[in-house]
Design a protein around this ligand. Structure first.
Ligand SMILES: C[S@@+](CC[C@H](N)C(=O)[O-])C[C@H]1O[C@@H](n2cnc3c(N)ncnc32)[C@H](O)[C@@H]1O
Length: 161
């Protein structure tokens, strides 16, 4: 499996040992990479499209990772219960859709320790979300892959006392 520089960069921001959820996983490249590299301990790959999810399932099976990667057909974070993921990854969609997914899945987002978000458009909506909900912006990068630029954010929540 070869994975793009953009997706490898996103995966590289995940804290080692995390249980991750990748929303809008498509081929499942990010969760498979994270499990294969020993960065994630468990992965939930979510997509609203059965066709995409089937690609992710097949990739996990080919890598022998089907026991540690759950593929869930769902709309956004409705596929992930609060407390199931330490790290939530959403990339490769516009900021309007991403913000809708984050707002609708707020309880699950707030139960995670970190979020890695890479909107293709309207990044201001994602920055606003992180600020409103008390995330510390630990990374705000612009990366270039195949002559296209991508904004990548990592937000962390401090554990409450
Ligand atoms: C362009 S792909 C991005 C794939 C990968 N995350 C990346 O960054 O390359 C967008 C994926 O998001 C999925 N998607 C769109 N809306 C969604 C939603 N509401 N919930 C879950 N997945 C969604 C699509 O089916 C598609 O597989």
């Amino acid at each position: 499996m070869s994975i793009s520089y953009r997706l490898k960069y996103i995966a590289g921001l995940v804290t080692a040992g995390s249980r991750i959820a990748d929303i809008g996983t498509d081929h499942g490249y990010v969760p498979v990479f994270l499990l294969r590299e020993g960065i994630a301990s468990h992965a939930i790959a979510v997509d609203i499209s059965e066709g995409s999810l089937q690609k992710a399932r097949e990739l996990a099976e080919r890598a022998g990772l089907q026991d540690r990667m759950e593929c869930r057909l769902a709309d956004g974070l409705s596929g992930v219960l609060p407390g199931e993921a330490d790290c939530i990854i959403i990339s490769g969609m516009g900021g309007i859709l991403m913000r809708k997914i984050l707002d609708a899945g707020l309880e699950t987002v707030l139960s995670s320790r970190e979020v890695i978000l890479s909107p293709h458009r309207n990044p201001e909506l994602i920055l606003e979300f992180l600020e409103i909900h008390g995330f510390t912006l630990v990374r705000d990068e612009i990366i270039t892959d195949k002559k296209r630029s991508y904004r990548v954010f990592k937000g962390c929540r401090l554990p409450e006392d």
